[in-house]
Design a protein around this ligand. Structure first.
Ligand SMILES: Nc1ncnc2c1ncn2[C@@H]1O[C@H](COP(=O)(O)OP(=O)(O)OP(=O)(O)O)[C@@H](O)[C@H]1O
Length: 609
């Protein structure tokens, strides 16, 4: 099954740029075919020298020159093949990577939940699994060359001595059979080695990201021990995988070399009887070396097949749910030798393209967003269960609850960033079948719980592809209560922030993330715990400004008094279920969970129901 998938992917990979592939074939085929001529020239030459075909010295010298010429031409072709043959390899690898990255970066909604545990592992897949697939497809070129050489060479050899030829072919067939038998074992071992290798890459990535945490926790030794343990398992798996592959290669090589020995023995007898000339032996020995490449290449294709199948599966996992392995090789324009055109600016919020699946026109302002029976079950049973939510236009709604109550899960499910197990969402009374593509900037913007800034200027961090609009940026910064912080930055909006730029404080990063959402002028602004690193005065200022001049409708995850006091309605979550809803005063009278949270009792995670 996985081999069939690998064949399908590599077949399409070969076909996506036929011109480059044919160029590669045209460059490499002569390298394989020219030795056929070389063998024939050698046969003639040795027959002349040994007296089997009498000739003048001049004729023999001409043959020597012809042989040297053939080898020279082959050498020159080889240089060109090495120099230009790699274009196809690069193009094929780029196509795979571009399709996977394109899907990861542009697919919205629950696809985010399908990415592997860490970015390191995704990168490992983009490197190793892409290489596996391209190498399998690339192997088709030597395979074609070796098959062509083998077919013609065997025909010539059979016409000279069928018995000796058969003695050579039988071990080759045995080698091919062995490769087929070992293919599955190699596939399994390769998968294990790939998984463990990706795990090490992922851990190293996490270590780099958390150097400070490791140091401040004094956990250097433990981190190294863990790395050593992970690496040890990876090494063992890699050695097992490599051992299986090398054993197969050695077995194929040895079987073939045995065949060569048999040929020499048989040829000696035939020569003794005068049925086999010195020229024939020269031809056989010059062909044998190249012929051994045939079973090796077939073996290599056979053991690569299951490995590539595994790789195709791992790359397909990175794609959006509606995509399959065929999308890995979807045709797209690649810019390998010229600079790519600059990216078109993202669609401004009001210009979202209409779509048949969208129930409301893009410009239709939010009147009421309703969710009924929202249910998301995380592995282990946590999540949210049957939550109803109504967000009328112009209201400030706060979702609150203890740690792990399901607040983030609820807002992410509402925005289509997590797949729903149950429930419906409607916008102005009309159903929203795919919130991940509907509740996007223009209608809704989200400032997530873990703020992220890229190593770009502050302006680029806020716009993230939107057309430059300084007035909108300034307004968003003011709404997010960031204007004083901006004034203190060395280069203002041009200050490079993020991991490789000026380090902003936790509160600044949170407000910059809020400003990024605000600059998208959403009808609905969803913010998740964005004020957790703010002092009370700044938080009050933030809510004051957003409520007065910001988006009409707000959905805020918070357990802070500044937000709770301002809310038109509060939804209290307890272990994934609604424990109360209403204005603060009413909830403090009627909802024990709200009282507990308000009184600042220790907010701790409770078990799932
Ligand atoms: N991907 C996941 N897989 C398994 N369990 C998860 C996953 N995401 C969240 N959970 C669990 O679901 C519960 C709700 O998580 P959620 O992040 O929604 O809580 P929260 O109320 O936002 O918490 P906090 O106040 O700490 O942000 C928690 O117990 C959490 O451990």
């Amino acid at each position: 099954m996985s081999s069939r998938r690998a064949l399908a992917v590599t077949g399409r990979l070969i076909g996506f740029d036929v011109r480059l592939y044919v160029l590669q074939i045209l460059l490499w085929l002569p390298v394989h075919v020219i030795p056929l001529g070389g063998g024939l020239v050698l046969r003639q030459l040795f027959d002349q020298i040994s007296g089997h075909s009498p000739a003048t010295l001049r004729q023999s010298l001409w043959l020597c020159a012809a042989f040297a010429g053939v080898e020279l031409v082959r050498g020159v072709v080889l240089v060109f093949a090495w120099a230009y043959g790699s274009y196809w390899w690069d193009a094929a690898a780029t196509l795979l990577r571009a399709n996977v990255l394109g899907s990861v970066l542009t697919a919205r909604g629950p696809v985010a939940a399908r990415l592997p545990r860490s970015s390191g592992e995704s990168l490992a897949r983009l490197r190793d699994d892409v290489r596996e697939l391209v190498e399998l497809a690339d192997e088709s070129v030597p395979l074609a060359g070796n098959l062509l050489f083998g077919g013609v060479a065997l025909a010539i050899m059979v016409s000279i001595d069928p018995v000796v030829t058969v003695a050579l072919v039988v071990p080759m067939l045995a080698a091919g059979l062995l490769s087929r038998l070992m293919g599955r074992v190699i596939g399994r071992r390769h998968q294990r080695a790939a998984e463990l290798g990706a795990g090490v890459t992922a851990f190293v990535g996490e270590l780099f990201g958390g150097v400070l945490t490791v140091k401040t926790a004094g956990a250097e030794r433990a981190a190294l021990e863990r790395l050593r343990a992970l690496n040890g398992r990876r090494r063992d798996a890699a050695v097992r995988s490599r051992l299986a592959t090398d054993l197969l290669e050695a077995a194929t090589g040895t079987t073939v070399e045995l065949g060569v020995g048999i040929v020499l023995l048989l040829a000696a007898g035939a020569m003794h009887r005068g049925e086999f000339t010195v020229g024939d032996l020269a031809l056989f020995t010059s062909y044998v070396g190249m012929l051994t490449a045939l079973p090796r290449t077939i073996g290599s294709v056979l053991y690569r097949l299951p490995r590539a199948g595994v790789s195709a599966g791992r790359l397909t996992e990175l794609l959006a749910p509606h995509q399959d392995a065929a999308d890995l090789t979807r045709d797209r324009t690649l810019h390998l030798r010229t600079a790519p055109p600059s990216a078109p600016p993202s669609a401004p919020p009001s210009a979202l393209p209409p779509s048949g699946t969208r129930p409301s026109p893009p410009g239709e302002p939010l009147e009421v967003l309703e969710a009924r029976g929202l249910t998301v079950r995380h592995p282990g049973g946590r999540g949210v269960h049957g939550v109803d939510l109504t967000l009328p236009r112009g209201t400030f709604t706060v979702v609150t609850g203890a740690v792990g109550a399901g607040k983030t899960t609820l807002v992410r499910a509402l925005l289509g960033l997590l797949p729903l197990d149950d429930g419906t969402i409607s916008w102005n009374g009309r159903p929203v079948p795919d919130p991940g593509t509907f509740l996007v900037p223009g209608r809704a913007a989200y400032a997530g719980q873990i703020p992220r800034l890229f190593s770009e200027t502050l302006r680029e961090n806020l716009l993230l592809g939107l057309p430059a609009d300084d007035a909108a940026v300034a307004r968003a910064l003011e709404l997010a209560a960031l204007e004083d912080d901006l004034a203190a930055m060395p280069d203002g909006l041009e200050t490079v922030v993020g991991p490789r730029g000026v380090r902003l404080s936790g509160g600044q990063v949170q407000r910059a993330t809020a400003a990024r959402a605000l600059v998208r002028s959403p009808g609905l602004l969803v913010v998740d715990d964005v004020s957790s690193a703010l002092d009370v005065a700044t938080e009050n200022l933030l809510w004051e400004r957003i409520a007065r001049h910001g988006p009409a409708t707000l959905l805020v995850v918070s357990h802070r008094r500044a937000a709770l006091e301002r809310a038109d309605q509060i939804v209290v979550l307890d272990r994934g279920r609604v424990a109360g809803r209403g204005p603060l005063g009413e909830l403090l009278r009627t909802c024990p969970e709200m009282r507990r949270l308000w009184d600042g009792e220790p907010i701790e995670e409770r078990g799932a129901t």
